[in-house]
Design a protein around this ligand. Structure first.
Ligand code: SF4
Length: 499
């Protein structure tokens, strides 16, 4: 069988690859006698020696070989994006199964890829990773990775994930730890399924494996760096799916009350570094204040998992409001659309900002009509939801076409890529342009419909101000907003307002 290899899509001028005759369209098959599996593997292999022996195939099938003196650096090629792997699970709480119909194809794909876990902090159940792949992680030192554990009890994990072969997650984790790989972990807490004794067992068994143990049988191995507990999210679209009790505000309150003191105990036992973490959504559902900075790991280890976003936003806002730059908000009048869970917190901050600077900013909670009103996070709002709320707000405020200077949407609603990144693609799915919402409406569509600049909020008040100013420049220049945001790098989804 012909070796697969990785296709070259561009070659740097005057690079080692160009001198050797490697061209776009060629396929790199081997480096130093080893098959090239993907981009990460290529980077690992070229970094191993000062001289790199490359074997590649031309489009006509001819194979060529050259030794390049690259001193451990790349050889000057861009490689085609890797295809993302798909999970082998059937989790009872899988969000993909609870998606309404009619969205673009890529949103229904259950991607799960350990390479993305290493590169971008995506969580993986390890269902698509066999022993050979775990060994590859160890060899290439892809550490730390992020693992969805859900339950360490094998029977319960099978029940939760619907895969009878994936009960023994601790075996896979132990394999990685023994090879020196560190692991961040998460549990999606589902009332009645993995709370109670299942949760306590999971917590205890992962704690036994915590990192940096200097004595005992695990000394010197990799370790579990953190464990986050995230409340299950259910949409209004669970027809034909197993019955799961709702995550109520009362459950969240009881959970926070029961486990907050434990979080502090674990932190103390872990030399002051927070290890057991509760996701922001526990606090918004329980309607209690998010805890202070010391509750979160020093590196904000699970920020992308919704752990600490609110605290980071609030702390930044407090600092920012003390700076002269904050006064540039003066006189600005904008409507900030966001999810129901974040709106009260954001409004409190905006009131303070308005008081200090004379701005007129306010946040409105947008009901999620596509997924159901039980979904309150900002990141899952669709373009139509945002439009509807903006129109309702305009009517409420007299119906004038210039009722605000700008409408701000959560950056997290603009997940523009086909797959999770430029380096990885989901098979057979067309890329979407930047500034596209989940339902394929775009920033430009909202702008046209509302007749007001529509800008992504960013991750904090400083970014919000940058975006509002960029929108003004665009209006003055009669430029394309998207082009300006793109050029300034401001249009990237940044987890803004997305608890
Ligand atoms: S691993 Fe993730 S994508 Fe796969 S079924 Fe479970 S929740 Fe869904």
């Amino acid at each position: 069988m012909a070796q697969k290899g990785v296709q070259v899509i561009a070659v740097e001028a005057e690079s080692l690859a160009a001198e050797a005759g490697i061209e776009p369209g060629d396929v790199i098959l081997e480096i130093n006698g080893e098959p090239v599996l993907d981009q990460l593997n290529y980077q690992f292999l070229v970094s191993q020696k000062d001289e790199t022996l490359v074997r590649w195939r031309k489009p006509d099938g001819r194979e060529e070989l050259a030794e390049l003196e690259n001193c451990g650096d790349g050889i000057g090629v861009d490689l085609a994006a890797d295809e993302v792997k798909v999970c082998k699970m059937n989790c009872v709480f899988c969000f993909v199964h609870q998606m309404p119909k009619g969205f673009r194809k890529s949103l229904y794909l259950k991607d799960e890829d350990i390479r993305l876990s290493f590169l971008y902090g995506h969580f993986s159940t390890l269902s698509s990773s066999n022993e050979a792949e775990l060994d590859r992680i160890i060899r290439e030192r892809l550490s730390p990775i992020h693992v969805s554990v859900h339950a360490t009890d094998p029977e319960v994990r099978v029940k939760l994930t619907g895969n009878p072969r994936e009960g023994h997650i601790l075996r896979k984790i132990d394999h990685l730890l023994a090879g020196g790989i560190d692991v961040h972990t998460q549990v999606v807490l589902t009332p009645g399924l993995n709370d109670d004794w299942v949760w306590e067992k999971t917590l205890a068994e992962l704690w036994e494996r915590r990192a940096f143990q200097t004595t005992g049988p695990r000394a010197g191995q990799g370790g579990v760096l953190s464990l986050s507990c995230v409340p299950v999210g259910l949409t209004a679209h669970r027809e034909g799916l197993p019955d799961i009790p709702e995550m109520t505000g009362e459950f969240a309150q009881a959970w926070v009350k029961r486990w907050m003191p434990e979080v502090r105990k674990y932190t103390a036992a872990n030399d002051g570094e927070p290890w057991f973490l509760l996701a922001d959504e526990w606090f918004t559902r329980a309607r209690v204040d998010v805890p202070g900075r010391t509750f979160y790991s020093r590196s904000w280890a699970q920020l992308e998992n919704g752990v600490g976003l609110l605290r980071r936003f609030l702390d930044h806002a407090k600092r920012f409001m003390k700076t002269p730059r904050a006064q540039a908000f003066q006189g600005r009048k904008a409507l900030l659309l966001t999810g129901a869970s974040f709106a009260p917190i954001l409004n409190q901050t905006l009131m303070e900002l308005n008081r200090m600077t004379g701005s007129q900013l306010r946040a409105v909670a947008v009901p999620n009509l596509a997924f159901g009103e039980s979904v309150t996070v900002a990141g899952l709002l669709c373009g139509r939801d945002l439009l509807q709320s903006a129109h309702a707000d305009r009517l409420e405020h007299g119906g004038r076409p210039d009722w605000v200077d700008a409408v701000v949407v959560p950056s997290a609603t603009l997940r523009t890529h086909t797959g999770p990144s430029d380096q990885y693609t989901l098979h057979g799915v067309e890329a979407k342009a930047e500034g596209t919402f989940l339902d394929d409406l775009t920033l430009a569509d909202l702008h046209r419909d509302l007749g007001r600049p529509v800008v992504p909020g960013g991750a904090n008040l400083a970014q919000l101000l940058d975006h509002l100013e960029a929108a003004e420049r665009a209006a003055g220049l009669k430029g394309d907003l998207r082009a300006i945001f793109h050029a300034s790098g401001l249009n990237q989804p940044q987890g803004a307002y997305n608890p």
